[in-house]
Ligand binder design. Structure first.
Ligand code: ADP
Ligand code: ZN
Ligand code: ZN
Length: 715
């Protein structure tokens, strides 16, 4: 007897290959089984989607190829995983094969069943270590707020938004919730319970990983906690993936990509710092891992509920999702306002410490050209003398954003982008932060030969340099001179350097740390009592409607790094230098009043029909010329006439991106907006084939690529 499995393989989103391909097989293959199949002249990895015993109409045996091999050492990918992949492909307008295969570890693609069997055997041997010794699980005595939050979480039947101040002990809530899941016993034949914990950038928060390992490895074994993120080697990723898929890993700690991990026993998804933009992918399927977490928990819960008739003894017949933040996204906040999510609040800091006091420095009244206002410098000096630490936040790395000639007006533009190259003084280079083009700094102006070319504006390197000079006479309690260090994408490029820099701060070797937003995230620094944001203004007037939300979150998170030790928190301060001290954003920031800020923003959004009240997508086009990019968009818009829901949709004019050209490619986009998610989805699906067809329009000649971004984060 022959079977005709339909199989998904990695097809580029725009290749036009249908969702699945039909093959032939002697055996019946369960959905979710991994196979190797011929595709063109290659043999590729595929996932069985369905396995009927009759060929689809019109297909004959002669026209189908046989499945080349079955990776039978692995359990099939379960129905929930397949549903997640299917939904993601549909919702984010990509091909099923692209999403499915991108969700699997890259190394799996190269393995045949013998190699895989060897791999699994090796793992089984190694994984025998570390039996469970329950009772060793410890932790803090819960604060009242933590205990209440956990109780409410246990009772919640919708997604839960944990709105907890910085330093309120959210991590302990994640740990306890995880523990509760892991200790749930399952009935025979069921996969052991598992927890997925997502963080924005794992390398930035080695502390969190350490806490999970410390807490759970003693009781659940050395292999019970695994990581999944793009900084791992392909071999490490495969190992973590296999551990999760086979159930030997109980906790997966990962970045946004981890949302697609195969977790047959999934009962809880934690999304830490759920507001963080890095949960949204900016390439391929531009998915939001936070939104998918909510969807995935729902699918898993439905499957568990459907199965409970037979398994009534299971203590946890559902999968929960816990979103945590001190500054939740307005989307999640709104969902909680509407009662779609349960909102749990932990307003107090552990130990009862206060949140830092906001000090606004009116730059209109400071000496001309001062990078750091004298009162701020004085405050920092005082702290250093007392043995406390300061953070200085500046969202721009390098020495100066532009190098310029004051004689002829030359500026350090990038020849390949419509952007300036940044001056990096340490290695004396001009570097484009968009395409990477790097050159040595010229000795003289390339246009007129003037030797006097000078940096304009300032970045972290320069502030570090200036602070070292300005604080040169300040002494620490032991009489030694103050030490300034810098932490940004440049200083942490080398593997391990971030850990070294964090350790220097934790141990007190460094008094002042200058850095980009990287220093504002998640860290639990104990001796920081002053945080300063020195160039926040640009975000106050940015064109992106999400800019205030982001600025507020950044400043509040940054402030959250100060005064985490309750003994010092009373005197902790957040300084912000601004030319616009009257701006209303600062008034709410001063009160640490996120709810008031969110309410204000949501009212504005509602009036303007913006998300979360309206729904958006972007159609993006990259081409050799701006004209071709825009032509593609305009043709696509023209041909949208008559598509379902076209009347409910606003298609805005095609516009160039703010940074119009990157790496010699011209970029344009068109905003798609409507009041209903369903309308947007149906319209976009109907538009897909039109977009494929528009590609070959003569006016769009020179089009390099196009993409749809659903629920875009930047417009
Ligand atoms: P958040 O993530 O909410 O900013 P953390 O989870 O980092 O806060 O907790 C802040 C600090 O408080 C950490 O050092 C943590 O170890 C400590 N902590 C958390 N819960 C408790 C508790 N119940 N008792 C004592 N210390 C706690
Ligand atoms: Zn010049
Ligand atoms: Zn460039």
């Amino acid at each position: 007897m022959a079977f005709w499995p339909s199989i998904v393989v990695a097809t580029p989103a725009h290749s036009g290959v249908g969702a699945t391909l039909t093959y032939r097989s002697e055996l019946s293959l369960a959905p979710g089984v991994l196979v190797r199949v011929p595709l063109g002249s290659r043999e590729v990895l595929g996932v069985v989607w369905d396995c009927p015993d009759a060929p689809p109409e019109g297909l004959t045996e002669a026209r189908t190829k046989a499945v080349a091999g079955v990776l039978d050492g692995l359990p099939p990918l379960n129905a929930c995983w397949r549903q997640l992949v299917k939904f993601s492909a549909q919702y984010y307008q990509r091909s099923l094969g692209e999403v499915a295969l991108a969700a699997l570890p890259p190394q799996l693609r190269g393995l045949d069943s013998t190699q895989l069997a060897r791999r699994l055997k090796k793992r089984a041997k190694a994984g025998a270590a570390g039996p469970a010794t329950p009772g060793e699980l410890s932790g803090h005595d819960l604060s009242d707020e933590q205990a209440e939050a956990l109780q409410a979480l246990a009772a919640a039947s919708t997604p839960v938004l944990l709105f907890g101040a910085t330093g309120s002990g959210k991590t302990e809530v994640y740990l306890r919730a995880t523990q509760a899941v892991l200790e749930t016993t399952v009935s025979d034949g069921e996969s052991p319970t598992q927890v997925l914990v997502m963080v924005p950038e794992i390398n930035l928060t080695p502390q969190l990983e350490a806490r999970f390992r410390e807490r759970f490895e003693p009781g659940f074994g050395a292999g019970s906690v695994v990581c999944l993120h793009s900084g791992m080697t392909p071999a490490q990723r495969l190992n973590s993936w296999l551990a999760a898929h086979t159930g030997s890993a109980r906790i997966v700690l990962g970045t946004r990509m981890a949302i697609f991990a195969s977790l047959p026993g999934l009962r809880l998804i934690v999304v830490d710092e759920e507001h963080d933009p890095s949960y949204k992918s900016q390439e391929g399927a531009r998915y939001s891992a936070r939104d998918l977490a909510v969807y995935r928990a729902k699918v898993e819960s439905e499957a568990l509920a459907a199965g409970t008739a037979a398994l009534r003894t299971v203590a946890m017949p559902r999968c929960q999702v816990l979103l945590g933040s001190a500054t939740p996204s307005l989307e999640s906040w709104h969902a909680a306002d509407q009662g779609r999510y349960v909102r749990l609040t932990m307003p107090g800091r552990i130990g009862g410490g206060a949140l830092p006091r906001l000090r606004l420095v009116d730059m209109n009244h400071q000496p001309k050209g001062a990078v750091l206002a004298p009162p701020l410098l004085a405050a920092m000096s005082e702290r250093i003398e007392r043995g406390e630490q300061c953070l200085v936040l500046l969202n721009r790395r390098g020495y100066a954003p532009v190098l310029a000639c004051h004689d002829c007006g030359w500026k350090s533009g990038c020849p390949h982008c419509s952007a300036y190259r940044v001056f990096h003084k340490l290695d004396r280079t001009l570097r484009c932060h968009h395409c990477g083009f790097t050159e040595r700094v010229p000795r003289a102006c390339p246009d007129c030969g003037n030797l006097d070319i000078a940096p304009v504006g300032r970045g972290t390197e320069q502030v570090e340099e200036q602070l070292a000079t300005l604080l040169a006479d300040v002494k620490r309690p032991d009489g030694s001179p103050a030490r300034v260090a810098r932490m940004d994408a440049d200083s942490t490029r080398l593997k391990g350097s971030l850990e070294v820099q964090l350790a220097a701060l934790h141990s007190g070797e460094v008094d002042v740390l200058v850095g980009t937003q990287m220093i504002a995230k998640g860290h639990d620094f104990r001796r920081i009592t002053l945080v300063a944001g020195i160039n926040a203004d640009s975000a106050l007037f940015a064109s992106d409607y999400r800019a205030p939300e982001r600025l507020f979150a950044l400043l509040m998170q940054a402030a959250g790094r100060a005064g985490r030790d309750a003994a010092q928190s009373g005197a902790s301060e957040m300084w912000v230098q601004t030319w616009y001290p009257q701006h209303p954003l600062f008034a709410t920031l001063k009160k640490h009043d996120y709810p008031a800020f969110a309410a204000e923003q949501l009212t504005e959004r509602e009036q303007a029909g913006m998300p979360p009240y309206g729904f958006q997508a972007l159609l993006r086009a990259d081409a050799r010329t701006q004209q071709a990019a825009q032509a593609f968009l305009n043709i696509a818009a023209g041909q949208a006439a008559g598509l379902p829901h076209r009347d409910d949709i606003t298609l805005y004019p095609a516009v160039p991106l703010t940074i119009q050209r990157v790496a010699n490619v011209e970029r344009a986009q068109m905003l798609v907006e409507t009041h209903s998610r369903g309308a947007l989805q149906r319209f976009l699906s109907a538009w897909q084939p039109v977009l494929h067809a528009c590609r070959s329009a003569p006016e769009a000649k020179g089009l390099v690529r196009w993409a749809v971004d659903v629920d875009p984060l930047t417009i």
